[in-house]
Design a binder for this molecule. Structure first.
Ligand code: AMP
Ligand code: MG
Length: 364
């Protein structure tokens, strides 16, 4: 447990950003402190990426294991030279298309970047966030800022300042509070040090959008903490997890919903308080049943579903459910990122509904 400190809160109106307020946060970063700030994806917990002690404080505040590397945030693509040993042409092209934005590039680490940022590795993950408060902060600090999501390790990512405080009050110096985040899921992590550009974590930039620029893109889930790959659901580490146990349901149409309803009612009958994480269209199928229903958004608007993914899971936690059954949203566009987060929230408990049969891929 780190020494408790007073966490200051500075409220920012994102439509009228007052530079003198951001300047105070920039000064904290320059002095080696920890500042939580909004990005377009989720709130980040920032520290000077070139200061090994400040970076160590991030890991302590979050309770994050040292072998999980951090993303370094830059104010503009030209800053790549400050943290990267060698910038391939492809990186400049991707920056042109997607920055500022929710795309993180994995590149050769520059020697200025402490090994604690990269978990001892020779690559560094970098991006330019598309949030005016974040950009102003990084610009004024005039430093590359290492920033993982501003939550305790393994917990749900924060999409507003209140979420940050719920996890980190007393552990960090300052929070810039500027309302809810727009994208709602973390950035896509793309490695450019592999022979073919490889998605290590799906996120705010879709695989399709990357393919349109790159042609070939490979997809590999990031290695999980124990060093195994996350292909097999049972080996996934629990991450982005609500307090309640969550089970992800994959499948099609009403067959999927019927399987979820059947299991929800079975669990209810055994005395459990059951929450359902749904699409808007699913609600009528469950109406009138003694279940806690939460819709994240319409199936045709996965951007809205992504935006309310973490808030909806938090709402289910607040409703004190014992169990959450979550529906899958396919793999098109943001669906892939949603599937990744929900699979991790489920700790790998995924049920594949085929035809009229439900098959569990893992013991639970
Ligand atoms: P977070 O900042 O909490 O969204 O997590 C950052 C994630 O970025 C890590 O968990 C990794 O999945 C990924 N990442 C960061 N640095 C690297 C790197 N050098 N190589 C591969 N993946 C990385
Ligand atoms: Mg995180």
């Amino acid at each position: 447990m780190p020494n408790m400190k007073e966490t200051r809160i500075i409220r920012i109106d994102p439509r009228h950003i007052a530079p003198h307020l951001i300047q105070q946060a920039a000064a904290v970063l320059r002095a080696g402190g920890l500042v939580a700030f909004p990005t377009e994806t989720v709130y980040g917990l920032g520290a000077n990426a070139l200061d090994a002690e400040a970076v160590a404080d991030i890991f302590t505040a979050k309770g994050r294991p040292a072998h999980d590397p951090l993303i370094v945030h830059l104010a503009e693509a030209r800053w790549l030279a400050r943290v990267v040993r060698f910038v391939p042409t492809l990186a400049w092209e991707l920056a042109e298309h997607f920055w500022p934005g929710p795309l993180t590039l994995v590149l050769p680490r520059g020697s200025q970047v402490p090994l604690s940022v990269t978990a001892g590795g020779d690559t560094v993950a970098v991006r330019v966030p598309a949030d005016p408060v974040a950009l102003e902060l990084i610009q004024l600090a005039n430093l590359p800022i290492a920033a993982p999501s501003a939550n305790r390790f393994g917990r749900l990512s924060p999409t507003c300042a209140e979420d940050v405080l719920a996890d980190l009050a007393g552990r960090i110096d300052l929070v810039l509070a500027a309302g809810a985040t727009r994208v709602g899921v973390e950035s896509t992590v793309l490695s450019l040090v592999t022979p073919v550009p490889t998605i290590l974590r799906p996120g705010g930039v879709s695989r399709e959008a990357l393919s349109a620029v790159l042609g070939e893109v490979a997809f590999r889930m990031k290695p999980v903490e124990n060093g195994e790959t996350a292909h097999s659901p049972g080996t996934l580490s629990q991450h982005y997890a609500p307090a309640a146990r969550l089970i992800l349901y994959q499948g099609q149409g009403t067959t999927l919903l019927r399987a979820m309803r059947q299991e929800a009612m079975r669990q209810h009958a055994s005395g459990k308080r059951v929450g359902l994480f749904l699409a808007q269209e699913d609600l009528p199928f469950f109406s009138g049943l003694p279940l806690i229903l939460r819709a994240a958004g319409p199936l045709a608007r996965l951007d809205l579903v992504a935006q309310s993914l973490f808030p909806t899971l938090r709402a289910l936690d607040r409703a004190a459910v014992d169990l959450i059954l979550a529906r899958d949203f396919g793999i098109a566009g943001l669906g892939l990122a949603l599937r990744d987060r929900l699979t991790r929230a489920a700790g790998g408990r995924v049920v594949h509904v085929e035809g009229s049969l439900a098959k569990s891929t893992c013991g639970d």
